[in-house]
Design a protein around this ligand. Sequence first.
Ligand code: NAD
Length: 297
Amino acid sequence: MSAKLIDGKKVEQITMDLLKKDVENWVESGNRRPFLKVVQVGTDPASSTYIGAKTKACNKVGIQTDTTHLPDTVSAKELKAAIRSFNEDDKIDGILVQLPLPSHLSSHDVIESIDHRKDVDGFHPMNVGRLTVDQPTFPSCTPAGIFELFRYYSIPVKSKHAVVVGASNIVGSPMAIMLSRENSSGKATTTICHKFTRDLTTHTISADILVVAAGQPNLIKPEMVKEGAVVIDVGINRIADETSEKGYKLVGDCDFEGIRKKASWITPVPGGVGPMTVAMLMKNTLLAAKKSIYFEN
Ligand code: NAD
């Protein structure tokens, strides 16, 4: 068997084109253009790259955006005061604090200070909680993007055995919640694995759908995957590569070449899940502007 490729770049393009039309219709109907406020603490180059990609996506779909830069010495009090002013600003629809934060700041504390109605990353406990009880919410962008890929390629999820490797608040955990809910998106029987899981293969080998978000290159090898499985590789890892100009290349968490001979569908890295994450951020920002999740009383 040779797996069919899930082309995240193609689905991203289609999604972004639709979002652009949606934004234009919204503005043409007399509404204010949606606005995303980004907050960057410090000057971490990877964070700057991610923010650059988000800004570019905003420009593409017609969402206004700007980034407030704060020094990495900013206190929790100062950062939360800035967030409070953005919460109260009616011209701001979505607020995103780029993670990770310097170690003296608690990301939980900072995320909780964002008004949950503007939490377009979907990380606020209110939004995560609503996800677990099938209520309308801003879903975490990476799992939401994976569900868009399932929809686009008509990959059935209902009643399948889904195994998620990785249990972070950002990817693994919300992915497992979305897969497992019986009254909303997933309806799959779901197993969640993490670094304390004993004998990972026992679980992965029985997966009809295997989602891997561990940040460990080559963690999943062909012998750990069931024949015909759908394999979603979320991992983005830099590994040394002398043949590349940059001196490194990006790989996922799965042995792509080995697994593609066994799987029915597979996402490449790069070009699989990654492009969808930013598209879902645009979608959540438009939902926030339209007040589609939390209505005004
Ligand atoms: P994280 O470090 O917060 O969490 C990693 C999770 O993997 C933890 O739950 C940990 O217990 C588990 N894990 C680690 N080693 C394991 C092992 N050997 N066996 C089983 N479980 C193991 O990472 P994260 O933020 O969830 O990101 C995971 C990966 O996904 C990273 O490579 C990250 O760069 C990538 N990522 C990609 C996107 C995207 O848009 N494609 C978005 C977010 C994160």
